[in-house]
Design a protein. Structure first.
Length: 116
């Protein structure tokens, strides 16, 4: 039993230390934040149920789903815009490179013709 208590206290100390240092890559902190968020969501649903009933909870879940879908669509739209801009810039760069090569070849031909 003493070993189990030591493990629990070590876990608690590790959790407190991770929260104090603010290490963002700590899986324990991520897990704790996840569990806190789930608990807060359950508490919010309980409050909504107490004040608005089951219809209120259903509306809350529907609105949350819609917000998640809007966020996902906006991320995809941003990626699509960025890809379109990158494609346009690469076409412009290709055209400039091609025209520059042709102009360079013309000047090189004129230079070689003058040497003869």
């Amino acid at each position: 039993m003493g070993k189990d208590l030591n493990k629990v206290f070590d876990f608690i100390d590790g959790t407190k230390e991770a929260q104090k240092t603010g290490n963002k890559n700590d899986p324990l902190s991520d897990y704790i934040a996840y569990e806190k968020a789930k608990d807060m969501e359950k508490e919010l649903e309980r409050i909504i149920f107490d004040t608005r009933g089951s219809k209120g909870v259903a509306m809350f879940k529907r609105m949350r789903t819609q917000a998640t879908e809007r966020d996902r669509q906006s991320k995809y739209a941003a990626i699509k815009r960025r890809n379109q801009i990158m494609n346009g810039l690469s076409v412009v760069f290709g055209v400039i490179l091609f025209v520059g090569g042709i102009v360079g070849m013309i000047f090189l031909a004129k230079y070689l013709q003058e040497l003869q």
